[in-house]
Design a protein around this ligand. Structure first.
Ligand SMILES: NC(=O)c1ccc[n+]([C@@H]2O[C@H](COP(=O)([O-])OP(=O)(O)OC[C@H]3O[C@@H](n4cnc5c(N)ncnc54)[C@H](OP(=O)(O)O)[C@@H]3O)[C@@H](O)[C@H]2O)c1
Length: 304
């Protein structure tokens, strides 16, 4: 049995799809099983990474775990999961980490949170694999509101260049790591095939959507204010802004062949991702849970 945490999120939902297609037995963890809308045949369980008792039940009979945690709770949640998995007799954890953890010069909160989480997994004594992706292409869904309302994208750090990745490619790599031998003790830096600025992504989106789009650079303090206005806690807003600033550093533009090597398929270009998600930029969100949730308010391709 494979336990997928974060199963209702962007990467986790795609991973559940891959694993069920492979015929692997899957248990999906969510805090709200009633709203999970996962495929039939998936064993959906209620679990909270902040509540170790709920993890013990979710881990019963599990051999491998996909660990997805987020935000300032990453170190504590990863430690909870790793300890519970070791107690339950699991064999291996595949953790969704961040490309920031791979940058030796990175000292921003997300890099620190994920490094602490990785350490907790290693300390558990379980076999481990770390997936360290660059910014998700799906973060651009945070632009959908101003694209619909004003045919405009507003973002800070216009010169920042990130080798953005399709979350579905991360899920494909995770499915391999959970079902094939040879991944233990390996950390994979996962990137898309091109490093793009927000302006270049805006140009591609305009082409895909068939409408002119303006790109306006906004100052970092205005971007941070927008995050706070969307309800992010100051600690989280500061972490997101540090990620965005990191898009100006050369490491953010690193391109690796990992997706191709690990899945046998070339990494998805941003244009292909945008074509698959065209409707999410043009149609008002329906408020349904699930689907590809895209991004937290104001998220940016510099995240992660
Ligand atoms: N966005 C980026 O550019 C980027 C880049 C690199 C790395 N990353 C990393 O990717 C991860 C986020 O992945 P994602 O975008 O796929 O996630 P997401 O779509 O934001 O979904 C978050 C998932 O976490 C679950 N969750 C939240 N709190 C939980 C808790 N206390 N206990 C159990 N489950 C909980 C949610 O499930 P329920 O609500 O159903 O419980 C949901 O399935 C983070 O670790 C982030 O650092 C992101």
């Amino acid at each position: 049995m494979i336990l997928v945490t974060g199963a209702t999120g962007t990467v986790g939902r795609a991973l559940v799809g891959h694993l069920t297609a492979l015929g692997a037995p899957v248990r999906a963890a969510t805090r709200r099983p009633d709203r999970a809308r996962l495929p039939g045949g998936v064993d959906v369980v209620g679990a909270d990474l902040g509540e170790p008792d709920s993890l013990a039940a979710a881990l019963r009979g599990v051999r491998k775990v996909f660990l997805l945690s987020d935000g300032p709770d990453i170190p504590r949640h990863d430690a909870n999961l790793a300890a519970a998995a070791a107690r339950a007799g699991a064999e291996a954890v595949v953790k969704l980490s961040s490309g920031r953890a791979a940058d030796p010069d990175a000292d921003d909160p997300v890099a620190r949170w994920h490094r602490a989480g990785e350490q907790a997994v290693q300390d558990s004594g379980l076999a481990w694999t770390f997936l360290r992706p660059m910014g998700f292409m799906s973060n651009t869904l945070a632009w959908a509101g101003t694209i619909r309302a004003a045919r405009t994208v507003r973002a800070p750090f216009a010169a920042g260049r990130v080798s953005v990745i399709d979350p579905a490619d991360i899920a494909a790599v995770a499915a391999r790591a959970l079902t094939e031998p040879g991944h233990d003790g390996r950390a994979h830096l996962l990137t898309g095939p091109q490093a793009l600025t927000p302006g270049e992504m805006t140009t591609i989106l305009a082409d895909v959507l068939g409408t002119p789009l303006a790109f306006t650079e906004i100052p970092p303090h205005a971007a941070r204010r927008a995050l706070l206005d969307h309800g992010l806690r100051p600690e989280t807003a500061d972490a997101v802004m540090a990620l965005r600033a990191a898009s100006l550093e050369p490491f953010a533009a690193t391109i690796t062949p990992a997706v191709q090597q690990l899945t046998g398929r070339a990494a998805t270009p941003f244009r292909a991702w945008a074509e698959r998600h065209r409707e999410q930029f043009t149609e008002e969100p329906g408020g349904e849970p699930g689907g590809e949730p895209g991004a937290e308010p104001g998220a940016e391709p510099g995240r992660g």
